[in-house]
Ligand binder design. Structure first.
Ligand code: PEP
Length: 257
């Protein structure tokens, strides 16, 4: 059975003490509602700002099914790259995951598919699980190009990996028009794209790999709509932005499973 995941992307929010409070509240919830992925329950990952990683790693230490990850990493291993943070440094904090290719990184920081392929490579090399984000903008969807856009992002960003490397990847489908807008993809739209992603993974690798790949939905997923989205066969959980900043909302989303 493939892994289910509910992940929070805190983006550039929360002071350190606020992040520690939020992660403590989530840990408290998980302790009272143990996560057992074998029983179909999700793992929880908090994608925090870099400065929170070590502290949140301490808060979650020893709690089964809860992990912390970074929202980005640099393409190079180390060296004279002032202000950047390497995958190795991230791993040294206790973090286990990293977001690659969030649409905000693609659009505000000009991250190309080639850069994202490099980040994926360096993350894997440093034992981090890349959560690779893909998704079309509104014009592309309106023009009926959403499948082609996502296919190209996956081909350039991921499909050069070996089968063994690819098996360590989590994919997040995040239609850009749904991120932070309050407009969610309908359960049908999410299911349709997730099934398509699984199909092209099967074409590139094989049916078993496709079946085992965790594919998350992201884009205005919240406490009210999560259950409906997660009920779809090919939706294995969510990458949650705004609603991950409030413990109550985020825990309700975890409970949606
Ligand atoms: C995100 O940042 O990945 C995201 C899905 O944001 P939101 O849930 O706020 O739309």
């Amino acid at each position: 059975m493939r892994k289910k995941i509910v992940a929070g992307n805190w983006k550039m929010n929360l002071r350190l003490e606020e992040g520690m409070k939020l992660s403590s509240e989530i840990v408290e919830f998980v302790k009272n509602n143990p996560l057992d992925s074998l029983a179909g329950k999700p793992e929880v990952v908090m994608f925090t700002p870099f400065v929170h990683l070590t502290s949140v790693a301490e808060v979650i230490a020893g709690v089964k099914g809860v992990a912390v990850g970074a929202q980005n990493c640099y393409t190079e291993e180390k060296g004279a790259f002032t202000g950047e943070v390497s995958a190795d440094m991230i791993e040294s904090t206790g973090a286990t995951h990293v977001l690659v290719g969030h649409s905000e990184r693609r659009s505000y920081f000009g991250e190309t598919d080639e850069v994202l392929a490099k980040k994926t490579e360096v993350a894997l090399k440093n034992r981090l699980t890349p959560v690779f984000c893909c998704g079309e903008v509104l014009d592309e969807r309106n023009a009926g190009k959403h499948f082609d856009v996502v296919k190209e992002q996956l081909h350039k960003g991921l499909f050069w990996l070996s089968e063994d490397e690819f098996s360590k990847i989590v994919i997040a489908y995040e239609p850009v028009w749904a991120i932070g807008t309050g407009v969610t993809a309908s359960p049908e739209q999410a299911q349709e794209m997730h099934a398509y992603i699984r199909q092209i993974i099967a074409e590139k690798y094989n049916a078993v790999t496709a079946d085992q790949t965790t594919i998350l939905y992201g884009g205005s997923c919240n406490a009210k709509n999560a259950a409906e989205l997660f009920a779809n066969n090919d939706v294995d959980g969510g990458l949650i932005g705004g609603a991950s900043l409030k413990a109550d909302d985020f825990c309700t989303i975890i409970k949606s499973f």
